[in-house]
Design a protein around this ligand. Structure first.
Ligand code: GUN
Length: 290
């Protein structure tokens, strides 16, 4: 079994981006600028957004964190989005999800100008992805593709099973794995909460991508010997023995599934760092798409 080390690959990508930033600055061009908007006080979301901002600074980007209270109205948030859409200094921006219940996430996603949508959540970018046109790929699925590419995992003709059909991971992941591209050409099965005989299907997977959002959902009996397993889940489980007060678990029972896999992503240090790396790659791309 080999670990798909997302932390290591993300560090390589950061190195490459940092070099590009130096070139951009040497050419007298503007420093790439990413803005992250966070609404409310959710601890996990804050940790992720802080990490995004820190990573941006590490590669030489300008980055701005906009923190808004959870009492903000939908109209006020949409005004902020509009301001960022029209600010020439901002190359790309993200609004961290989930948003408070009184704000319609779909409205906010649709309000982001596609050319600055470095999360790749806007329907225009999703449509571009399906058609293979230039645009932003959703960060987590794109990060997983990059991880498989850099570990030279053969995907062509393989059976890929995706568990979970969210708009930000499962659904775009299934499309990327079925495209006629270097990482792709899989026969893809997208499974979800209504799927019957799930483990019969997952046992057919050469590549199993799990984004169901349930801690330790996938057990060893659901996995084929020698499968490549990608775990997108990240859950904070209260644990008094830890200084932080919690430990992190993925969607996969790591120890027993690792023993059966050819490759597996750990949690933490697997998919998470790649999501941030793709976000930064998208921000670099934003300059070219302008
Ligand atoms: N919430 C969980 N993942 C993401 C992500 O990739 N982008 C944003 N904006 N919010 C998220």
């Amino acid at each position: 079994m080999e670990i798909l080390d997302g932390k290591k690959i993300a560090a390589e990508i950061r190195e490459e981006i940092a070099q590009k930033v130096v070139e951009i600055k040497n050419q007298g061009k503007k420093t790439p600028h990413l803005v992250a908007v966070i609404v409310g006080n959710d601890g996990a979301s804050r940790t992720y957004v802080n990490s995004k901002v820190k990573n941006c600074e590490a590669v030489g980007f300008k980055s701005t964190l906009i923190e808004l209270p959870d009492t903000i109205s939908e109209a006020e948030l949409l005004n902020k989005v509009d301001e960022l859409n029209n600010d020439d200094d901002v190359d790309g921006f993200i609004v961290q999800l989930p948003l408070p219940k009184h704000i319609d996430e779909e409205k906010v996603t649709l309000a982001v100008k596609p050319a600055k949508d470095v999360d790749g959540f806007h329907p225009e970018n999703l449509g571009r992805m399906i058609l293979g046109l230039p645009g932003f790929l959703p960060a987590t699925p794109a990060g997983i593709v990059e991880l498989l590419k850099r570990y030279k995992i053969e995907t062509s003709g393989k059976n890929c099973v995706v568990i979970g059909r969210s708009h930000i991971v499962g659904t775009p992941m299934s499309i990327l794995m079925s495209r006629n591209t270097e990482v792709g050409n899989c026969t893809v099965t997208l499974t979800h909460s209504r799927t019957q005989n799930l483990s019969e299907i997952t046992k057919q997977a050469d590549i199993l991508i799990v984004a169901i959002g349930k801690p330790e959902f996938v057990s060893a009996d659901m996995v084929k010997e020698g499968a490549v397993v990608v775990d997108v889940g990240i859950h904070r489980i209260p644990d008094d023995s830890k200084k932080s007060g919690f430990r992190l678990l993925g969607d996969v029972k790591y120890d027993e599934v690792a023993a059966k896999s050819s490759y597996i992503t750990p949690v933490p240090g697997g998919v998470g760092p790649l999501t941030i790396a793709s976000l930064m790659l998208n921000t670099l791309k934003a300059i070219d798409l302008k």
